[in-house]
Design a protein around this ligand. Structure first.
Ligand code: NAD
Length: 255
């Protein structure tokens, strides 16, 4: 029970394939009392049948991370019910499908702003709302991908959003460290989720990743959930401002 008496807010469960769901299951398994933030009715419908897989029923809180009032109300509700927060997991991203294929150069300003607003700025919004609830210190974790530092075909504007997100992690970590709040990013290799299905050529991405990764396979969503658990738990208490890879060793490979 690594997370006995700990509380957590996990934002970004859309369905049973979501990375946030794997993270929620790992946190729940180790004793975390959870609040799950969901975007809207469609997500709520998909989440409710999953809840029997958890040991402890979580709070379900509607939260549109791009809407300040919605974020404020969500964290008020979490604070009232949980008392304080030990960890926050931000597993939120969105870009228009047409911006995840073809030429990055053709991205419209609207598509660019949308992708960066939803996928990078929302970490600020959630971290700011969680900070006053982390009265005993805490761990904030976001999900990122290698497309932040390499030009990966079709990932396009989402790569730019992930670069902004990872930079944001460093700024937030430097500001919040004095309150013993840690901020990290977990960089996962490709996983077939709703968001990933929007990326052109996902099957090729998965195939090439499995061929080239040091472990000669793709990472699983459960492995990402366990790595997230580590980063949320006191076991990682000396780690902040980092990008930690759970990618079956894809990133380290050369020729
Ligand atoms: P997913 O579709 O299951 O999750 C994306 C979530 O973002 C959904 O729950 C969606 O409701 C939520 N969301 C979108 N806009 C929102 C808003 N305004 N407010 C609140 N929530 C909003 O897909 P996923 O792959 O589990 O994505 C989770 C995170 O993991 C994303 O940041 C993604 O970029 C990252 N990631 C995914 C992969 C992969 O291959 N699947 C790899 C590395 C990183």
């Amino acid at each position: 029970m690594l997370m006995k008496d700990k509380t957590g807010f996990v934002a970004g469960v859309a369905n049973h394939r979501s990375i946030a769901w794997a993270v929620a299951k790992a946190l729940d398994r180790e004793g975390t009392q959870l609040a799950l933030g969901y975007l809207g009715e469609r997500e709520l419908e998909a989440i409710e049948p999953l809840l029997e897989q958890l040991q402890t029923r979580p709070l379900l809180i509607q939260c549109d991370a791009t809407n300040e009032d919605s974020v404020g109300a969500a964290f008020d509700a979490a604070g009232k019910q949980l008392g304080h927060l030990d960890c926050l997991v931000h597993a939120i991203a969105f870009a228009n499908r047409e911006d995840l294929a073809g030429r990055f150069a053709d991205t419209s300003i609207e598509g660019y702003q949308l992708a960066l607003g939803v996928s990078a700025y929302t970490l600020n919004a959630l971290a700011r709302a969680a900070e006053p609830l982390m009265t005993e210190g805490g761990s904030i974790l976001t999900l990122t991908y290698l497309g932040s530092e390499r030009a990966i075909r079709n990932y396009n504007v989402m790569g730019v959003a992930k670069a902004a997100l990872e930079s944001g992690v460093r700024y937030l970590a430097s500001e919040m460290g004095e309150h013993n709040i840690r901020v990290n990013a977990l960089s996962a290799g490709p996983i077939r989720t709703l968001a990933a299905r929007g990326i052109g050529g996902l099957n090729d991405m998965l195939r090439v990743h499995a061929e080239r990764a040091a472990l000669k396979r793709n990472n699983t969503v459960e492995e990402v959930g366990d790595a997230a658990l580590f980063l949320c738990s006191p076991l990682s208490r000396g780690i902040t401002g980092g990008v930690i890879y759970c990618d079956a060793g894809y990133r380290i490979m050369g020729l």
